[in-house]
Design a binder for this molecule. Structure first.
Ligand SMILES: Cc1ncc(COP(=O)(O)O)c(C=O)c1O
Length: 310
């Protein structure tokens, strides 16, 4: 059982996957990545990889923006991922990190005349935010990058310097997570999560045009709210002060799952406890994430390990 990589077209232990110091993506952030959960079902003895195809579709959109071409179809990328998870030998929840990057060992800021490569890592990931007890958040002094700067609809590595500035500022000021506003002051998202509010019983989330990453958990939660609870989500611009008057608020993301926000900028959200709708959506998502809802077969990529040894 070990962290494993698919690197330069081969499977290998992560400790053997090494990259040259001049690699373009390392210097200029010219890469895009995904974070995917593979949940281990100990009863069925299989991994349920959540919305794998959707993650690769999003990665390939990022590749189009960065002019990265890969020699793999989505089916092939899914198959490689399944094989990597099998080879790792893990029999617990795993976190999968694909990365498509400008691999030339060359200096010079550009996207053209560079080689591309692709790797996948499989590892484990402890809970990223305390979704069970809820989190304390703050509005960041950093603003979210705009589509005119680095398009946030691509999960582009360079953008994460913006997220890292906001996250560290929040943590060093005693909060768990930052909320970034757009340049014109509307709520965009967390440093690594989308955000939802409940106001007047309505579920509200910022629209794609407010520079959010089009989250797969966001889409799953919206689908569950509609199908399972009969609640449509309103995608609209959100003012900062609406965060303070919301009845409920929560983050969504692959790392964070559905994480209730109990406090923003020292103001309790609603009663300061996990809200009713948030708790319902948390439960529904937790069930769906591990493959226990037969209504969404297209969301599951199942990997049943044989006893493969490398
Ligand atoms: C900036 C940002 N927003 C939102 C999300 C949530 O997206 P997803 O639910 O697809 O993980 C992530 C995580 O990938 C992220 O990094």
């Amino acid at each position: 059982m070990s962290d494993y990589a698919f690197f330069q077209n081969q499977f290998m232990p992560l400790s053997e996957a090494k990259i040259g110091v001049l690699t373009h993506a390392l210097h200029y952030g010219t890469a895009c990545f995904e974070g995917i959960r593979g949940n281990w079902d100990s009863k069925e003895k299989r991994f349920c990889v959540f919305r794998l195809q959707d993650h690769y579709e999003r990665m390939l959109s990022g590749c189009r923006i960065l002019r990265i071409t890969l020699p793999y179809s989505i089916d092939k990328l899914c198959q490689l991922t399944g094989e990597l998870v099998e080879r790792s030998g893990y029999r617990e929840d795993v976190y999968i990190r694909p990365l498509a990057y400008k691999s030339s060992e060359a200096l010079g800021v550009r996207l053209h005349n560079l080689d591309n490569d692709f790797l996948i890592i499989v590892t484990t990931l402890p809970p990223y935010l305390d979704a069970e007890n809820g989190v304390r958040s703050c509005v960041s002094s950093w603003r979210r990058v705009d589509d005119t700067m680095i398009p946030p609809r691509g999960k582009i590595c360079g953008i994460y310097a913006n997220s890292a500035l906001a996250k560290t500022e929040a943590c060093e000021n005693g909060f768990d997570e930052a909320i970034l506003l757009t340049q014109d002051g509307h709520v965009s998202e967390g440093s690594g999560e989308n955000i939802f509010l409940v106001i007047g019983g309505k579920l509200i989330t910022p629209p794609p045009s407010d520079n959010i990453l089009m989250g797969i958990t966001r889409d799953s939660v919206m689908t569950l709210a509609r199908n399972e609870l009969g609640i449509d989500t309103i995608e609209r611009q959100v003012d900062r002060s609406e965060l303070y008057v919301a009845e409920e608020c929560f983050f969504t993301g692959t790392a964070a799952n559905v994480a209730p926000i109990l406090e923003i900028d020292h103001r309790p959200i609603g009663s300061g406890k996990i809200g009713r709708l948030t708790a319902k959506l948390q439960r529904l998502f937790a069930e769906v994430m591990v493959g226990r809802n037969a209504k969404y077969p297209e969301w599951y990529y199942l990997v049943s390990p044989k006893t493969v040894k490398v």
